[in-house]
Design a protein around this ligand. Structure first.
Ligand code: NAD
Length: 360
């Protein structure tokens, strides 16, 4: 099993060190190979996704990714900015299905801005289509308007589009994921206004007929945004397009209180995947040793489950994280009175210790 380790920038290197420590205490054989990505790769090689890094990612069974970005790169041309590395990896590896679980751990109920009763026990899964929609549709650009409200004025435009196979494959991913959970899928669209999403709704409904054991309902995206803060526990699996998923998955992340706890996975059709925390490189706290490594450690668990076929090892890591929280260890982002504040390394060590203990 070959894992490409791409720590990236900012807190990426700090949290990745802890995730690798966790991988190394499992009784499994992995080949780990690291490479630069993002701003670090730009500094060393003049590009955020050098050919050697891309090749390593392509050859690996799974990619463990930290985070990329820093404000100091904001003035670079767009194709040289660190964040382009993620888009390049998604595109080159065909990573079309993004899994973002939003789980509220019992011990962290107080960290959410919502009332405890709304989020206690929350466990939802957002599946976002990652390679289509208005983010990639052509044509796009700027031009002089030929018609519209202001003919002759400068205007910009993008194209929203989805093909049948693109919708079918993400719908299958959602229904199959739901089968391993509470067997409910909510497909989020804007079919009342957008042609693309009426088509989305029709195709998801057709695929749904192949999964009679899974309940399917449809919801407009504006209502979904409201329901996520009003009654988030009503959802099980929520599947949607690239742009709506981008927004709703961040909204769902915040329900749980800390972005430092949330893993994510992006998979292609051969189950090769890129695993990363849901947060960014947090330049405001980078280098201080205070970042929460648990989102990255939980991303390791997702990697073991989805790409490396090691579900037992995944369960062990998830149980170790719960044990560490139950023992009161907290990084600053999830700290509350009466718990013990620790740094990045001590949090990683605590998970490693819990794993050793579970081994007996
Ligand atoms: P961010 O997620 O990096 O940080 C948002 C806030 O959350 C900050 O206050 C940060 O300190 C805190 N935070 C994030 N992760 C944390 C952790 N593990 N432990 C404790 N606190 C944590 O988002 P941002 O500040 O909007 O972006 C910073 C940089 O990261 C930008 O350059 C952005 O483009 C990039 N970014 C990268 C990714 C990625 O690599 N996938 C995702 C989002 C943003």
């Amino acid at each position: 099993m070959k894992i490409a380790v791409l720590p990236g920038d900012g807190i990426g290197t700090e949290i990745m060190a802890e995730a690798v420590k966790v991988l190394q205490v499992l009784d499994l054989r992995f080949e780990l190979e690291s490479a630069l990505v993002g701003g670090a790769a730009y500094e060393a090689h003049g590009h955020p996704l050098p050919d050697a890094t891309l090749q390593l990612a392509k050859d690996a069974d799974a990619i463990l990714f930290g985070a990329v970005g820093d404000w100091k790169y904001d003035k670079l041309e767009r194709h040289l900015r660190p964040e382009q590395a993620i888009l390049g990896l998604r595109k080159n590896l065909g990573l079309f299905a993004n899994f973002r679980p939003a789980i509220c751990y019992e011990q962290l109920v107080g960290a959410s801005s919502l009332k405890p009763e709304l989020i206690a026990g929350l466990d939802i899964l957002i599946i976002r289509e990652l390679t289509g929609d208005i983010y990639f549709g052509q044509p796009r650009g700027r031009r002089t308007a030929a018609d519209g409200h202001f003919p002759g004025a400068e205007e910009a435009f993008d194209t929203m589009r989805y093909s049948r196979p693109e919708i079918e494959r993400i719908a299958h991913v959602a229904f199959q994921a739901a089968r391993k959970r509470d067997k409910r899928v909510t497909s989020v669209d804007k079919a009342n206004v957008l042609e693309t999403f009426q088509f989305w709704k029709d195709v998801v409904s057709e695929v749904g007929l192949l999964y009679p054991d899974v309940a399917l309902d449809h919801m407009y995206v504006d209502n979904a945004a409201m329901q996520l803060v009003k009654a988030p526990k009503k959802f099980d699996v929520l599947v949607t397009g690239n742009m709506f998923g981008d927004i709703l998955s961040d909204e769902a992340a915040m329900l749980t209180g800390s972005i430092g706890m949330l893993p994510s996975a992006s998979l292609n059709s051969s189950n090769q995947g890129l695993y990363e925390p849901s947060h960014g490189s947090a330049p405001d706290i980078a280098g201080q040793g205070v970042a929460n490594p648990l989102a990255t450690i939980l991303s390791v668990a997702m990697m073991l489950r989805f790409s490396l076929n090691q579900p037992q090892a995944a369960l062990r890591i998830e149980a170790a994280v719960k044990d560490v929280l139950a023992a009161g260890w907290r990084t600053g982002d999830i700290y509350s009175e009466g718990t013990t504040r620790v740094g990045t390394r001590a949090m990683g060590d605590a998970v490693v210790a819990a794993l050793h203990k579970s081994k007996g």
